[in-house]
Design a protein around this ligand. Structure first.
Ligand SMILES: [Zn+2]
Length: 217
């Protein structure tokens, strides 16, 4: 899943207005922000196999540290704790932790059974919605659209950056999604990893936009 995670990040604004959109993106997409680094250092692995599913040409061979449920719980606690210490915002910390877990739950809907539960366990989870482009889009696009709408109606632009920066961010995410769905498979695992690292720029973009918007409620 891609823009669905960002949709959940946008939606978090309605639940916890003091959490920056940048932090919400960081948490909702945290597992996919860690994954490229684990790929680059060789702790996790992926294979490119065009046609593996209707949506993604990737076979997720091994990713227990970024996407194993036991590890995910640890990441959620860690990120929530760091947020709590940094901001003294207990409600925000709960939201941050929940956002981290939400990534795994949404991934479990779309991935074919490849999500590990804990190290050493045989059982893999995944409902396999990625076998159908239409079904994937039918789930993911409404989550994204609802998130964008919730963010737009929970905040108000303070200036042009807050307005056009937000519209640009949502449009850019939608564009990447179309590219992912209908574009060519990536040329190499290294390319996947570096494109994955580029997602940190989306987090920075979100912090920038959020600083130029007020909560309107
Ligand atoms: Zn993921």
């Amino acid at each position: 899943m891609f823009i669905g995670h960002f949709g959940v990040g946008f939606a978090a604004k309605r639940v916890s207005p003091r959490v920056s959109l940048g932090t919400a993106f960081l948490a909702a997409q945290f597992l996919d922000l860690l994954w490229p680094t684990f790929l680059l250092v060789g702790l996790e692995s992926v294979r490119i196999a065009p046609g593996a599913t209707a949506v993604t040409p990737l076979i997720f061979d091994h990713y227990p540290i970024s996407h194993g449920l036991a590890a995910v719980m640890g990441w959620a606690l860690a990120l929530g704790a760091v947020y709590a210490l940094a901001t003294k915002n207990a409600r925000g910390a709960l939201v941050v932790g929940a956002l981290v877990v939400s990534h795994w739950l949404l991934d479990a809907i779309v991935h074919v059974p490849d999500l590990p539960l804990m190290p050493g366990a045989e059982m893999m989870v995944g409902l396999g919605l990625w076998q159908s482009k239409a079904a994937t889009m039918a789930v993911e696009i409404p989550i994204f659209a609802a998130g964008v709408w919730l963010y737009a109606t929970s905040t108000r632009a303070k200036d042009k950056v807050g307005n056009y920066g937000f519209i640009g961010l949502a449009a850019f995410l939608a564009l990447i999604y179309v590219g992912n769905l209908f574009g060519e498979p990536p040329p190499s695992v290294t390319a996947i990893a570096w494109l994955g690292q580029a997602q940190w720029l989306l987090v920075a973009w979100a912090y920038w936009v959020d600083a130029h918007r007020d909560t309107s409620r």
